[in-house]
Design a protein around this ligand. Sequence first.
Ligand code: ADP
Length: 505
Amino acid sequence: MKSSFESFPQDPIHDFESPIESMIAAAADLDLVKMLEKDSFQEFIQSFVSLYRIGIRVFAKSGAKLADFRAGNGAFCGYLWESGQTRKACTQIVEQLKNDDFPFAEGQEKSFVVNCFSGLRYWVVPLVYQGDLLGRLMVGPYRPMQIDMEFPEVTTLEPKTDKKRLQIYMEPIRSLDENSLQQMTQHLQKSMDVMMFAGHRAMLTSSMHIASTQESYAELEEKNRSLREANDRLKELDRMKSNFLATISHELRTPLTSIIGYSEMILEEMAGPINTEQKEYLDIVVEKGGSLLSLISQILDISKVESGTLRLDYSSFVPDEAVRLAVTSVVPQMQKKKIQFSVKITPHLPKIWGDKAKIAQILINLLGNAVKFTPEEGNIDCLVDCISQTDLDMQAHMGQSHSVQHAAFTAPIPPQKAISIFDHLSKQYIRMIVKDSGIGIPTDKLEKVFERFYQVDNSSTREFGGTGLGLSIVKNFVDAHNGRIEVSSIIGTGSTFTVYIPVEE
Ligand code: ADP
C-alpha cells in the first residue's frame, strides 16, 4: 500500500487570497499529513520503536497512515492469521484500533486500551494539537504483566491452536506494565507535540509566502494590463498624429508649389519687367519656399511611413535614371558652395524593381546632407555600381572600420547565415556610395543618425539647418526595397553612406 504522504494535497495556486486569509485558512485546515515531514517523522518513530522494542502506528484523522513499525509480534500474529476464525478476530481488533471513539473527559479525548483476544494489548493515544484531534497513535501489541498462557479466547475460537507454538512466538513480544507504558507514550506525545508545532509553523510560513507571491503576481498582472492599455492608447494617438500630419502636409504642399511656381514666373519676367530689388526679394521667396517645401515633403513621407500608408510605385528601371534625377536637384547647391563633385555610374547596370522616385529621394537626401555638412570647396563623390554577395562577403571578411549597417533584417547575422539569407533574397546589388569631405560623425553617434529627429548637434546654436528626418526617411525607403544602408565616418575627414538595393531577379 502506498504511503499517504505521497499524495499530499497541493495548495491551489490560482485561488488568490490575501496573506491573512491564507493564514486563517492554513490554521483552520490542520492536517497531520501536511504538518509532518514524511522522512524525518518516520525516522523519528522508527528510533522510538527500536528504543522501546514495541510497535507503533500513526494515523491521521482522515485515516491516512503516517507510520507503521512493528516489533517482535510478526511470528505470533502471523500464526493467528493462518486460521479463518482467529484471522476474523484479528481484523476486528484492527478495526477497533483504527475507528473506536476516544473516551471524552474534562473536555478532551483520552487514551484507551484495546484488549486483543490473544491476551496482548494495545494502547491508543489521541494526537491533539491546539485542542483539535488530528489523529491517533497506536502502541503495541505488548504483553501485560498478567497474561494467561493457556490463551482461552484463542482456543475457543480455534480449538486446534498449538498453544506451545504460541508461547514460543510470544517470547519476543515486549512485556510492559501500564505505568511504564504511560510514561513512554507521554514521552512520545511530547516529542510529537514539538513536531506538530514546528510543522504547523512551517505550513503557515509557506502559505504566507505563497499568498504574498500570488498577491505580488496579481499586482504585477494589473500593472501590466494598465501598461498595455496605455500603450494601445499611445499607439492609437501616434497613428492619429501621423494621419493628421500626412493630411496637413499634403494640403500645405499644393499651395506652396503654386507660390514657388508663380514667384519663378515673375522672376522670369513672364508677367512683365521687374527691378533688381524685386528680383532679390523674389529670389529669397523662391529659396525659402523651396526649403519649406522640402521640409513639408519630409514630414509627409515620414508620416506615411508611420501610418503604414507608404506605397511604392513599382516599375523596372535602370538606376542611372534615378541617379541623374537626384544629381540634377543638388547640383545648384554644390555650385553655390564651390564643391568639387564627381559622379561615376558603371555602364550597363542591371535593372532595379522598385520605386524610381523613392530611390532618387534616397540619393537626394544623402547628397543634400553631404552638401550641408561639407565646407566650401570640399569634395563629394557619388559612385553607383553593381556588386555581388560574394564580393560583399569578401569585404566584410577584410573588415571595415566604424561601419554601422542597417539592413532590412535587424539582428546581427553571422557571415555564413548572411550568405544564405542574401542568396535567397538576391545575389546582386546596386551599390550607391555618397562620400564627402565634411565634418564627419562621431563613432558613437553613427547608429543614432537614422533615428527620427536625431541630429548630432542638437544645440539651439547649431550651425546647420534641417529636421533630423532625412536619414530616417532614407532608412525606411531602403528597407521598403529590401536593401540595406551602411555608414562610416571619420571626424574632420568626412562620411561615406553606402546603400545596397537588390537588383531585379
Ligand atoms: P538633418 O535634417 O538634420 O540633416 P538627417 O536625418 O538627414 O537630418 O541627419 C541626421 C543627422 O546626422 C544630421 O543632423 C547630422 O548631425 C548627421 N549627418 C547626416 N549626414 C551627415 C554627413 N554627411 N556629414 C555629417 N553629419 C551628417
